[in-house]
Design a protein around this ligand. Structure first.
Ligand SMILES: [Zn+2]
Length: 116
């Protein structure tokens, strides 16, 4: 029995497109898949409220680790739908209009996020 028989190191992987061994293949590199999302349990999110102009409150969330902007936008939409409020993305922060901590705390905890 060879050392790596039956394991992923048993054979050099073959190219999906030309069928040659990857070491001999001259195909263009396959585009990288999206980076895997960090599981919510591994994300430490800080939720604060800030008073803005004209006495309006904003709920500010920092610490999410989204694989890309698309995911960030989708998640903001989920939060806005849940709160029935508007919201924006400010760099790495998500802002939801109003003091939404009572609504967001159980929602985010249920999704598995570690809230600080
Ligand atoms: Zn190839």
């Amino acid at each position: 029995m060879r050392l790596f028989e039956g394991t992923q190191w048993d054979a050099i992987p073959k190219c999906d497109r030309c069928g040659k061994l990857e070491t001999e293949c001259n195909c263009c590199p396959i585009p990288k898949p999206k980076p895997a999302a960090v599981p919510p349990e591994k994300q430490s999110v800080r939720m604060t409220t800030e008073k803005r102009k004209r006495g309006k409150w904003m709920t500010v969330l920092v610490g999410f680790q989204f694989p890309d902007d698309e995911e960030r936008k989708d998640f903001l939409k989920k939060l806005k739908d849940h709160c029935g409020a508007g919201g924006t993305i400010q760099g790495e922060e998500l802002e939801i209009q109003g003091d939404q901590t009572k609504k967001l705390r159980p929602f985010l905890t249920q999704l598995g996020y570690q809230l600080k």
